[in-house]
Design a protein around this ligand. Structure first.
Ligand SMILES: [Zn+2]
Length: 1174
């Protein structure tokens, strides 16, 4: 039946092509019009598939050839062509084949005076031009000249025709050669003038579509370099900018504003960053002959000439966060060579070299005979206590310090101290600190008295807690570096009494420290200062950042992600921000342009700040501000320093700002970000720390910043080297505004919760001192020295043997290993917070931790890239290399931490003790949730569409167990986000190398979001340090369950575990139940504005455009129907509107339809459409 009906349509179409009978043709056109007027795209596609376009084109050719031209069928024919043609992808080709371009052009010319016919011709012209080749041909044959005759000069007569002509012109200008031709003929200026005329005269906004049509013409014409230059030369920026200002208040002008801003962004003259060189301000001479990234600045073409057609913007930009970001061509990147996927134990160094790693596994050879489990410990405890500095040790967590349902291990006070069964390597800094401590803290009793008296005199009547800190704050205001200087004995401020009779900084600090409530678990300012003093940095830091020194306490509640505002202030389209940027160009007089901080110009750092101007600083651990420029009174452009020995990698930031007003929104623009998109576009906020708040008892990093947008800006890389091989690569702006909580405060802003090397080292000190040595075997050694000369700590944590008897000692030695690493990427501070959670859990008194320690020996490298973290890098080490791309063949000289971590793993494998689990902790800047990347041969081959011979390729699916467990026990973890594919581009990452070369089945990268979760308990909440730390502890719990599930266990262990885990489950369940709305909703982020706006190659308007033209045609028809004015009269045509209606719109077949045997099948045809497969 359907077949029959389909053939009915074919008969109809072939008759249309061959018939010369005017009435027959009219009838067929009428039937087709009826058919297509009902349905939507599907029907049209069906007609297209049956050769509709060809038939219509043929009929057009016939009608045009007839002399005198056959006017009757012309209009319905053109309408059908326009509607069918725009949905026929090959329409352009068919037009060329039918040699119809000339026909359409000459028809258009012929009807210049007859607006209804002309409008119809223009629709078809527009549809033809949407094919670039056809459009180019039309352009060559003078189509644009023709159209300009129609649209100029400005006139409100025949607006429908003008609208159609502008639509056709815009379509033609999609062809670059047409655009070039248009510019050369001066049409760009004319378009601008015309746009201004329409803008000025369309006071009541009746002709938005015409104004937008003109903007579309400008949008396409400025896709070419010549277009952009001419646009600038014709004052296009000023004209559009001014016109947009008039439109901003009117909501239905959005289409105009959006298009105009798109053009403004595109044409904004490209500039290089306002820095002398994009290479890092810091360089480090590498050992041997190794050279870092060549310091090539490349040619500095002022306009990036090779960026001719703006493809430069669209270059597949290399993704710098490779391990973290799924590439779009992920499937092409999959490793499909089975041999390369198979575990292949290889050695990248001489075997005898492995012996030296025995020293890093002393637990296997430890003779516990000398251990006196009870008595000696007490003695040592006393020793230790005596040797401890008298400085307050506030770090011992108390029951009240942390309240979190899922952190019960935290609530346990760990107070037992004891001997250190491990080595003393790391005692050096601590001891040196103690010595200095004596002079700073202890001998100053008299000084303290003086200080106290001074304080009393001035403030003792004050009971107001806020006022009681005035002393500290006053000093803080006077002396910028009061608390920093004091920690550095070589600083003069320590000895000399300050100018203006100030108190000595040491007193200030001591005074401050007495205010330190000590309610920050596992943190001690004194330990921090001691560690920081030993750090070796490239710039030779002499100062501390207050938050790292003072400590951070998780806020009592989690903050939801910022709501995405649509409309005027849209995240997806930062129009206000872009207009502000453009204003700099249009009104340069308003721009202050004062450099207030410049790492490359030391004099700028010491000179006093101008009044009414913020003071910036970032020369402390992990700080990386390079330059700050005041743009307007409350707006600053900021430039981040590149990674050491590199000219790229900007995303992480950490800096100090002071001398602010309160309650004024300051806007900051970080103008040299590099990632293509950011969670900042999806509700993520940065973090801020206020010193005043800290001194008032709220020492914490909090999520801050409003009006946050991340978008591509007009700054471009000056060289291919800086652009990662892609010249003309653009930078991105992260803009945000901040209202500081207090006037004249000292605040810190960062990309994410900072966690410095000294923070980690002092944390380890505290953990070591606070563990229970009877139960916790803890050993801290240096895995190696880094290039920068800092020790990279390696921890061994397990349970002490139960007793000295042989069985217990054997059990101790035979525990499987778990190998954990973190922070190979310095900008991923979230990884360190997760690691902090893991470490604190592992040494805690939690019964689960005790059990876990009995199950495993943990080898942990908590910071694989200390130098990078210290010097404020985002991605690399001092060698300028991404260390997580060096695992295949690490260099002992250039990548010592990777070389030795791998060496230790080799050693473990060589003695048959390859770890059961390997996991490298990372942070993921573009995704939500916490999840694992693992390795699977089969999943990779399946994903790549390869045949998998299950007889040859066998695989243990055990790699899925741990993530499945974590999905259950860790609220932030989401199994659905995990992936087990092996990509070629990741062949040299820790995860893949450890899996392949060490044969570790459970080898993972753990990625933690910077932003929030899409599922579960934390859905819609921005993760804080508490949630990250919790993830670290839950990871441990996951390991215990994995052990129970996967390894043979003693009955005793099983029983103990069962009891504990039941409890744990109850807690987890309760927590999860509280969040019962955690449905499995997983909508992906919409694409960001960049992906849409800059896509100039293809028409992104898609279906919308079809609808527009359809609507245009429909509007025109209904007006013609109702219109009393007969346009035809003007040119002597006799076609009345009544006739039109009768001939083309009436659904009744014409009286002489008998010529067609289709009376009934016309109806059947309609039904056939609905049932036929399309
Ligand atoms: Zn990473």
């Amino acid at each position: 039946m359907a077949e029959q009906e389909a053939s009915g349509l074919q008969v109809l179409l072939s008759t249309l092509q061959s018939s010369c009978d005017k009435d027959v043709i009219l009838n067929i056109l009428s039937v087709l019009t009826d058919l297509l007027s009902l349905g939507t795209g599907r029907r049209i596609h069906y007609v297209v598939s049956k050769g509709g376009s060809e038939a219509l084109l043929q009929a057009l050719a016939t009608a045009a050839r007839t002399e005198p031209p056959e006017h009757g069928p012309l209009l319905p024919l053109l309408r059908l062509l326009a509607r069918v043609g725009q949905r026929d992808r090959k329409f352009g080709l068919k037009v060329q084949k039918a040699e119809a371009t000339d026909i359409i052009l000459s028809l258009t010319r012929r009807h210049l005076g007859h607006h209804l016919h002309l409008t119809h011709c223009l629709w078809v012209l527009r549809v033809c031009a949407s094919n670039v080749t056809t459009g180019t041909m039309l352009g060559i044959n003078g189509a644009m000249e023709l159209l300009f005759k129609v649209i100029t000069p400005y006139s409100k007569r025949h607006v429908r025709t003008v609208r159609a002509a502008i639509g056709a012109l815009a379509a033609l200008l999609k062809s670059k050669s047409n655009s070039r031709r248009a510019v050369n003929r001066g049409y760009l200026g004319e378009l601008l003038r015309l746009y201004q005329d329409w803008h000025r005269n369309d006071v009541s906004n009746n002709y938005i579509y015409i104004r937008r049509g003109l903007l579309l013409c400008l949008k396409y014409i400025t896709n070419i370099q010549l277009g952009r230059e001419t646009f600038l030369g014709s004052r296009g920026m000023e004209i559009l900018f001014t016109s947009v200002q008039d439109c901003l208040s009117c909501k239905n002008l959005d289409p105009i504003i959006t298009t105009a801003i798109h053009i403004l962004r595109k044409c904004y003259p490209k500039e290089h960053l306002p820095v002398v060189t994009v290479r890092s301000s810091y360089s480090f001479p590498l050992p041997g002959n190794a050279s870092a990234e060549p310091p090539c600045e490349g040619s500095e073409g002022k306009w990036l000439k090779d960026d001719s057609e703006s493809e430069g913007e669209e270059e597949a930009e290399k993704d710098w966060d490779n391990e973290d970001v799924e590439s779009k061509e992920e499937d092409c990147d999959l490793e499909t060579d089975v041999n390369k996927l198979r575990s292949m134990p290889v050695l990248d160094r001489p075997e005898q070299e492995l012996e030296k790693y025995e020293a890093l596994c002393a637990e296997l050879f430890q003779n516990f005979q000398e251990l006196e489990f009870e008595s000696e410990e007490k003695k040592s405890l006393e020793d230790r206590t005596e040797s401890l500095p008298s400085a307050p040790s506030h770090f011992i967590p108390s029951d009240t310090s942390v309240k979190h349902p899922n952190c019960r291990w935290r609530n346990q006070s760990v107070t037992e101290m004891g001997p250190d069964p491990g080595e003393q390597d790391f005692k050096v800094p601590l001891q040196s600190w103690r010595k200095k401590e004596e002079c700073i803290w202890d001998k100053n009793d008299e000084n303290r008295d003086i200080a106290e008296k001074t304080q009393d005199k001035d403030f003792c009547e004050e009971e107001d807690p806020a006022r009681s800190h005035v002393f500290a704050l006053c000093s803080l205001l006077k002396d910028a570096a009061w608390y920093k200087k004091v920690f550095y004995p070589h600083c003069k401020a320590l000895i000399d009494p300050g100018p203006e009779g100030r108190l000595e900084s040491s007193d200030i600090v001591r005074n401050l420290l007495e205010k330190h409530r000590g309610d920050i678990p596992f943190h001690s300012p004194c330990f921090y200062a001691a560690r920081a003093r030993c750090v070796k940095s490239i710039p030779g830091y002499r100062e501390l950042a207050f938050p790292d020194f003072w400590g951070h306490q998780p806020p009592p509640y989690s903050k939801p992600v910022l709501e995405r505002k649509h409309g005027v202030q849209s995240f997806l389209f930062p129009r206000d921000k872009v207009l502000d940027d453009v204003r700099r160009l249009i009104q340069p007089g308003d721009v202050i342009g004062r450099t207030v901080f410049d790492l490359d110009d030391p004099s700028s750092l010491s000179s006093p700040a101008a009044p009414g101007c913020l003071t910036f600083f970032s020369q402390f651990e992990s700080g990386n501000l390079r330059k700050a420029i005041q743009v307007r009174e409350f707006e600053y452009d900021l430039i981040l320093n590149a990674d050491v020995n590199s000219s790229q990698h900007h995303q992480w930031f950490y800096f100090e700002v002071r001398d602010m007003e309160s309650a004024v929104p300051y806007r900051f623009n970080i103008i040299n970000c590099e990632k293509l998109n950011s969670q900042f576009n999806y509700g993520m906020q940065l973090v801020m720390y206020s010193v005043r708040e800290a001194l008032q008892g709220r020492p914490r990093w909090t999520r801050a910043g409003q009006e946050i947008c991340y978008y591509k800006n007009h700054y471009c890389c000056r060289s291919a080297a800086a652009g990662g091989g892609v010249r003309g690569r653009f930078y991105y702006t992260l803009t945000f505004s901040i209202k500081f909580p207090h006037k004249d405060d000292v605040c810190y802003l960062a990309y994410h919760y900072p966690y410095t090397y000294s923070t980690m080292m002092s944390h380890l000190d505290i953990l070591e001192q606070n563990r229970n040595p009877k139960k916790v075997y803890w050993r801290q050694q240096a895995l190696c020295q880094t290039l920068g000369g800092n020790p990279c700590p390696l921890l061994t944590i397990t349970a002490m043997p139960e007793s000295k008897n042989r069985d217990d000692l054997e059990q101790f030695c035979s525990r499987p290993y778990v190998f954990l690493t973190a922070r190979v990427h310095p900008g991923e501070s979230n990884a360190s917070w997760v690691m902090k959670g893991t470490l604190e859990f592992l040494v805690s008194c939690d019964p689960i931790a005790e059990l876990l320690r009995k199950c495993f020996i943990f080898k942990i490298v908590p910071m694989l890239n200390p130098d990078g973290v210290i010097n404020g890098n985002l991605r690399c080490s001092l060698s300028g290399d991404d260390l997580n791309r060096q695992w295949l063949t690490p260099s002992s000289q250039l990548h010592p931490t990777i070389y030795h971590a791998k060496g230790l793993l080799y050693y473990l494998r060589s003695i048959g003790r390859a770890p059961l689990v390997f996991c490298d902790y990372h942070g993921h800047s573009q995704k939500k949730n916490v999840f694992l990347y693992g390795c699977s041969i089969k999943e990779t081959l399946w994903q790549a569409g390869c045949m998998v011979d299950t007889a040859v390729v066998t695989e243990d699916v055990g790699y899925r167990t741990l993530p499945k467990i974590l999905d259950k026990v860790a609220p932030a973890f989401v199994m659905n986000s995990c992936s087990f594919l092996v990509e070629k581009s990741r062949a040299s990452t820790a995860r893949v190398v450890v899996w392949k070369e060490m044969g570790v089945l459970r080898s993972y990268t753990m990625e933690s979001t910077y932003c929030s979760c899409s599922h579960g308990l934390y859905r819609g909440l921005q993760l804080g340090t508490q949630e990250l730390e919790e993830m670290g502890s839950k990871f441990c719990l996951g390991l215990l369950i994995l052990h129970l599930k996967s390894l043979p266990c003693s009955k005793e262990l099983m029983a103990q575990a069962a009891l504990l885990l039941d409890l744990e489950e109850e807690i987890t369940d309760r927590a999860q139940r509280r969040c019962s709305n955690s449905s499995l909703e997983s909508d992906d982020e919409p694409p960001c504005a960049e992906e849409i706006d800059y896509d100039t190659a293809s028409s992104s308007d898609g279906e919308e455009e079809f609808l527009e033209l359809d609507q245009e045609i429909q509007e025109c028809l209904s007006c013609v129907e109702g219109e009393t004015e007969d346009e035809g009269v003007t040119t002597g045509q006799t076609c009345s509107s009544r006739a039109l209606r009768e001939l083309y719109i009436s659904s009744q077949p014409a009286p002489n339809s008998t010529a067609l045997p289709l009376g009934s099948s016309a109806l059947g045809l309609c039904h056939g459409f609905e049932s036929s497969p399309v």
